[in-house]
Design a protein around this ligand. Sequence first.
Ligand code: HAM
Length: 424
Amino acid sequence: MHDILPRETPLWQGVEHTLRSVLASYGYQEIRLPLVEATDLFRRSIGEVTDIVEKEMYTFADRNGDSLTLRPEGTAGCARAVIEAGLLRGETPRLWYQGPMFRHERPQKGRYRQFHQLGVEVYGLAGPDIDAELLLLSARAFRQLGLNALHLEINTLGERAERAAYRVDLVDYLQRHRAALDPDSERRLNTNPLRVLDSKVPETQAIVADAPVLCDYLGAESRAHFAGLCSLLETAGVSFRVNARLVRGLDYYTKTVFEWVSGALGAQGTVCAGGRYDGLVAQLGGPDTAAIGFAAGLERLVLLAEAVSGRSDPALHVYCVAVGEVPHAAAMGLAEHLRDRCPALRLQVHCGGGNFGNQLKRADKSGALYAFIVGEEEAARREISLKPLRRSAPQRRYAWDALISGLAGLTPEAITSYLNALAH
Ligand code: HAM
């Protein structure tokens, strides 16, 4: 579990802001959900024999003896919430949530025990158009983050009954090759055989290569849905690869599943994953409701965004230095005025006293682009001295009032340009 330190938070905020504004542009609404749910909710939705439920949940008894679990994902809690709140009556909510999830996995780069997801869930829409919308939306978000090297893999898992028929033949095939399977896959053979398809062990992969494939077991409805999605994606110009071996580690999926994968993160390359889960809402006691969603792993997106982000906004435009009681009070007043007229200005006033040299050192360390200096003389004349901190240039005096009207209403970028122009 990691702290996200002040030097990292601007990048996180940037990624979150981009995702949120793309979601807003498609009309999606935020839902905020508890971090803790009844353990049973995850057992019933994610599935008893998945890795998550078998060995990764943080589960504890509360003071009443009820078994609770720190949420390992958001889909189950979101379905519970929309059922409880009656949001599905005649509505087709398109929702998103964001926050920490907890899985007791082996930590490594890109895999943590507390990690953050931004998840999207849509209810009540059964056709492939909404599947395509979610992929277009995610593609747009990744483009805006500058992540152009992600690729999209899609598959269909069909309806439950189709999968059950496939499972019988798959188990039969794998039983015949049991001796050559790795121990994990052998164990899964009886519990969750579809996950064997996902094995990364080369010997198992070789066996899986000749296994029966699920798409041969699909009925007309499932085929038409998948064909509809592929055609919508092609029309929209979204490139994708059909990966018939793509299965997911959670049991609730039906029909469409997908993953956005980066080649730059090694084994933890999946930055966003999801799919359709038409049976889950009814299974949890709600009305029979089609549903689809995905979740993006924010740690992985931040790692990638860090690699592509060249320009980063300064945390501070200005650090204001003022020695002596009267200049310090004047500087605080000036700063309040500036914040009134120019809310995007990032301005910190030195606090805690100290001589001029020490205050300037702080200004330099703060990362600010400029120092405003308010001495006795400046305070008396209602002026500041502007000192560039990131290059050597002479300091110059300006009248407060002129500065306030020059900065009024500017954006963060325009503030930087304005100060640069003044200092030249
Ligand atoms: P998931 O595939 O378990 O799906 O997780 C989605 C994404 O969360 C992964 O692709 C990855 O980027 C990130 N992630 C998962 N585990 C970790 C970890 N330990 N450390 C860092 N990042 C991680 C779900 O959770 C489903 N609820 C997605 C969904 C929503 N399906 C339908 N609606």
